[in-house]
Design a protein around this ligand. Structure first.
Ligand SMILES: Nc1nc2c(c(=O)[nH]1)N[C@H]1C(S)=C(S)[C@@H](COP(=O)(O)O)O[C@H]1N2
Ligand SMILES: [Mo]
Length: 504
């Protein structure tokens, strides 16, 4: 009775110990992958996170975007990390189970190393980072096997040593890997290996435009200047896609007389132009911060499309190297721009290097990044987000944001923000400090050149004693007042007037 009881206990501990070693192997494998790949597409968790984002039901994704916001994206990455660890832990288990059956020293760790490498390679296609993942799994199994082997029989003591050995080698592998990665300088996504244009007239124009934006910006504490310092980033990727400029091309396909491809050099050899364009994400909250402005350098997109003699068809589908695609009327493409620089620097990977589309006045989602294909369509089709229930291909809604509230030294209160109405432009911003009963015109920043640029607004007032509600609303260039009706971001962008309770 007693002996059977201890046997059960021992075998339980055995199972527990085995699972613990396997889990540690999974952790070390993921860490190994991270040391070499960092947060790039070569990291084992990246394709898993991408797979989740692309294949989870639209309703789940929409909930993550609208309710969880940036937390949703983080949750996705954490889930992917756990799944990657479980996957490599499974590989570790296979090694632990297979090892004793093969009469070769360290057969288990060897099997696990190979299997871990192969599994990771299948997911990421990155050889070195996959080997590091396999090595992490193998290292933990090796440590566990070696330390347990010093105690002859499978006793409790042996099991304890096995777990201890696993933990010690996991720690050693992760620390050693980190130090080595730091020394070798791996663990960083390489920045694009090209230089911005040196054409003197372009460089001078960019500098002049950035200076103009700087001079026209209100210096309000807590408010982004007219050229954003931190431009928001939204895409379906857990890590920025790494696209090689030499291998990249942009092809115009579909209902055209002649399909045409452009290399990076083809695009860069054209006479460039620079323009301010503001972007806003349809999935942001009413007073959210997914609204930003930059100075972009590139070429008019139709200069690349016209030579293909596109049929005068209804629409186009833009496709990116990440598998993202959006469809919209061909007419909207007519004013479109293909940008390869942002604020005088090469387009950052996160914003679409080598090149991205900018479609004036429309929600951010059709401004396809890592653009590889423009397909002229004869019939309408759903884009990536429209397949998931969104309607984000149309013109933006008018909005005035309230992002800064400052107490001035003279006792007044300063409120400020940005206003944006796409190509309609901003004519006026009004502020109420009594919950909407009375309205005063806010001061507007001088307009920047361009057809699709935001403006800043600012208002200073003597605060009434105590709590009061500040409301702000914009009027667009056609004289239409920002809609007061409150609507959520899903499916076609948020509307309503931003209000905030101040004081008290
Ligand atoms: N290839 C690709 N392009 C894309 C996306 C994407 O997921 N993949 N996201 C779109 C969305 S929803 C928005 S709001 C804008 C954001 O551009 P930004 O990240 O440069 O701010 O890019 C658009 N272009
Ligand atoms: Mo977006």
């Amino acid at each position: 009775m007693t002996s059977r009881f201890t046997a059960v206990l021992a075998s339980r501990r055995d199972v527990g110990g085995t699972l613990l070693v396997a889990w540690l192997a999974g952790v070390a494998g993921v860490a190994g992958s991270f040391v070499v790949a960092s947060f790039t597409p070569s990291f084992i968790a990246t394709p898993i996170a991408d797979g989740l984002a692309r294949h989870l039901p639209g309703a789940v994704i929409t909930f993550a975007i609208v309710v969880l916001g940036d937390l949703g994206a983080k949750l996705n990455v954490v889930t992917a990390l756990v799944l990657a660890t479980l996957l490599l832990a499974g590989v570790g288990l296979v090694g632990l189970a297979a090892g004793p059956r093969v009469d070769v020293p360290l057969a288990g760790p060897l099997i696990a190393t190979i299997a871990g490498t192969v599994v990771t390679f299948v997911l990421t296609g990155a050889a070195l980072a996959s080997l590091a993942a396999g090595a992490g799994v193998g290292a933990v199994l090796t440590g566990a096997t070696l330390l347990a082997a010093t105690t002859p029989a499978e006793t409790d003591a042996a099991e304890r040593r096995r777990v201890l050995g696993g933990a010690a080698s996991a720690l050693a592998f992760v620390t050693g890997g980190y130090l080595l990665g730091d020394y070798l300088g791996t663990g960083r996504a390489p920045p694009p290996d090209v230089d911005p244009t040196t054409d003197e007239s372009v460089v001078a124009a960019v500098e002049a435009a950035l200076t103009e934006a700087d001079e026209k910006s209100f210096g309000v504490a807590g408010l982004e200047p007219l050229v954003s310092e931190a431009f928001y980033q939204v895409d379906i990727n857990a890590a920025d896609p790494i696209v090689d400029a030499d291998e990249w091309s942009l092809t115009v396909t579909g209902a055209v007389e002649e399909e045409t491809s452009y290399s990076y050099a083809d695009v860069r050899n054209r006479v460039p132009d620079s323009r301010f364009v503001t972007l806003r994400c349809v999935g942001e909250s009413l007073n959210g911060k997914k609204l930003d402005n930059a100075l972009w350098t590139g070429v008019p997109i139709m200069d690349l499309v016209e030579p293909t003699a596109p049929a005068d068809e209804c629409c186009v589908m833009l496709r990116g190297a990440d598998g993202f695609y959006e469809e919209f009327p061909l007419s909207a493409l007519r004013d479109g721009f293909l940008a390869y620089e942002m604020n005088g620097d090469v387009l950052p990977r996160g914003h679409g290097f080598p090149a991205r589309a900018l479609i004036p006045g429309h929600w951010g989602e059709i401004n396809v990044k890592w653009l590889t294909e423009i397909e002229v369509l004869e019939q309408e089709q759903d884009g990536y987000w429209e397949k998931r229930g969104w309607h984000g291909t149309g013109p933006v809604e008018t909005v005035a944001k309230l992002h800064a509230v400052n107490d001035l030294s003279d006792g007044r209160v300063e409120v400020a923000g940005h206003a944006y109405a796409g190509t309609r432009g901003i004519r006026r911003v009004e502020v109420s400090t009594d919950g909407g009963d009375t309205w005063t015109d806010a001061e507007l920043s001088e307009p920047l050149p361009g057809d699709d640029v935001w403006r800043q607004w600012r208002h200073r007032y003597d605060p009434p004693g105590g709590e009061h509600e500040v409301v702000v609303r914009a009027t667009d260039g056609t004289g239409t007042l920002q809609p007061n009706e409150e609507r959520d971001a899903f499916p076609s962008g948020p509307t309503g007037w931003v209000s905030r309770t101040i004081g008290g």
